[in-house]
Design a binder for this molecule. Structure first.
Ligand code: ACM
Ligand code: ZN
Length: 528
């Protein structure tokens, strides 16, 4: 009964002033919000009551209360009815995935999700409503909310620079805070192999280290720091991170680069190159001519061995196989590669790259997984079940969607968060270049206009990429990723064509109080 009266009051508020609620400090902004001027007040006697299956969400909320307010609240599985001063977490089937309804009223807080992810997102919204410190009041609200896109991703390059398990977990925390749900973990590249593969111990012994690192950008007079650099994640650490992400409803998509960006592999296994010889894990940035030989069956055997372990470690549907920036010169001049082209009837090296990717795809598909790769995998023919990550603009994504392949949009502008966010670069940390200000990220529309409604269904969503050639510390990762990640999160979750940048900034300013309390080194220049 109380609930009905309460709902009528809410409806009344919505109908008299749709903008009434626009100043709740929520990012991403929910789809439907109504507020009243009443409050729920929590204290150490507040209890979390959860339905079966919501144990993890309850314990997450409990931990956050402890961390933020120093209060150890109890959590109870739904049995005897608690009459007031409780936070109820439960699910109710709905055709919309990850949906939630959050009601805060003076007696209790109700978070009802269409599934566990929905409950988790309701918990995130609730946490954004609670000011950090001593404040114990939460404004009465009624919120109904669900995501606009199913792939709300953030990438982190842990090859060019290595970040610790705890730092990767913090990154995952930021994704969770903004209801992102995919962590694209770039684990291998020319400058370092970062994942333990038990079958190939040289990958961690040799490929995970480089002897030094270029100082600044490549130039005519390259200078190096002379300091050995390395690191890798053990399989136990990877399982820990995957579990940590999964508890936050985030899927980890590992990226294992092939056939290019493989200098670190060649340092350990020179015979996987076309020419043989001696190789070193790269110490500078860019694209390297030496790549995995596409004519050598032992290369495929090796990659299959790697994939056996990778597929076991990552429970998600997708494995990212890279596929970008693979120069074809070595293949052109390699007798084994040319023999492969002849025996397979391939007309050029682009088709050879397509052969390479399709052969790996077949193996990964047999293990019940799908591949996703950078948009170069379109060249020479797309592998039959591959999804495409469009990074060289949107054209690759458009082409793939027209071919009925799933697409994640991550065009350099505005999704590369390693680019500068302000024009006065002398006041910014050295970056790779480019210019992707917060406004541009916020204005992004992941669905290109030229796609028909039918083809637009193949756009899974979008992703922000944080390449780390020029980002040596996690503090700097935070600076580059935030708050642009928050802008992209609102694009992908709320997906409102009438979204309003001024409102976003106003809400973000309040939201960043939480980041301040957490000690996050976000870029705060948007406040000026
Ligand atoms: C890329 O930025 N090379 C995918
Ligand atoms: Zn070759």
């Amino acid at each position: 009964m109380g609930r009905i009266v309460f709902s009528i009051i809410f409806l009344f508020l919505i109908s008299i002033n749709p903008l009434f609620s626009q100043n709740l400090p929520l990012v991403p902004y929910p789809r439907k919000v109504a507020t009243s001027d009443k409050y729920f007040e929590f204290n150490k006697n507040t209890v979390i009551v959860f339905s079966k299956g919501m144990e993890k969400e309850a314990s997450y909320l409990k931990e956050e209360f402890k961390f933020r307010f120093g209060i150890e609240i109890k959590s109870l599985e739904e049995t005897a009815r608690v009459k007031s001063n409780f936070i109820h977490l439960y699910t109710k089937a709905d055709s919309v995935q990850s949906k939630y309804r959050l009601e805060v009223n003076p007696q209790y807080i109700d978070i009802c999700g269409s599934d566990a992810a929905g409950v988790f997102y309701g918990v995130q919204t609730l946490l954004q409503l609670i000011p950090f410190d001593k404040e114990t009041k939460i404004q009465s609200v009624e919120i109904e909310d669900y995501p606009g896109f199913s792939w709300r991703g953030m990438h982190l390059d842990c090859s060019r620079h290595f970040f610790t398990v705890n730092e990767v977990k913090r990154y995952i925390d930021y994704l969770a805070m903004y209801k992102m749900n995919v962590f694209h973990w770039h684990l291998t590249d020319d400058q370092g192999w970062r994942i333990e593969i038990k079958k190939y111990p040289l990958l961690t012994k040799i490929s995970s280290y480089r002897k030094e690192t270029l100082i600044g950008r490549p130039s005519a007079k390259d200078e190096y720091d002379g300091k050995p650099y390395g690191g890798f994640y053990t399989q136990e650490q990877i399982k820990d991170i995957v579990r940590y992400a999964s508890d936050r409803h985030i899927t980890v998509v590992p990226e294992i680069e092939m056939p290019g960006h493989s200098m670190a592999v060649l340092a350990a296994y020179p015979n996987f190159s076309c020419k043989g010889g001696k190789f070193e894990t790269a110490t500078s940035w860019g694209v390297f001519e030496d790549v995995l030989c596409a004519g050598n069956d032992s290369v495929f055997k090796f990659l299959e061995g790697v994939m056996d372990e990778v597929c076991d470690l990552f429970p998600g549907k997708y494995i990212h196989i890279g596929g970008d920036e693979c120069p074809k010169d070595r293949w052109h001049n390699c007798s084994k590669c040319q023999a492969r082209m002849k025996s397979e009837g391939l007309k050029d090296e682009h088709e050879l790259q397509s052969y390479f990717i399709q052969r790996i795809e077949k193996y990964i598909n047999k293990k019940g997984k799908q591949i996703i790769g950078w948009d170069e995998i379109l060249e020479g023919g797309l592998a039959p079940n591959a999804a495409v990550m469009s990074w060289r603009g949107e054209q690759g994504g458009v082409e793939a969607a027209k071919q009925k392949h799933f697409v994640v949009m991550t065009p350099g502008h505005p999704c590369y968060l390693d680019h500068y966010q302000y024009k006065d670069v002398e006041n910014e940390p050295l970056a790779i270049g480019g210019y992707n200000p917060l406004e541009d990220v916020y204005a992004y529309n992941p669905v290109p206009k030229e796609l028909s409604q039918e083809d637009a269904k193949y756009i899974y969503g979008a992703q922000g990429n944080v390449w780390t050639e020029y980002i040596p510390t996690f503090k700097q990762v935070e600076y580059m990723a935030l708050p642009r990640m928050a802008a992209l999160a609102e694009v992908l979750w709320t997906y409102d064509p009438n979204r309003d940048y001024a409102s976003f900034i106003q809400r973000l300013k309040i939201q960043t109080q939480i980041l301040d309390k957490l000690g996050v080194n976000y870029c705060n220049r948007f406040k000026n």
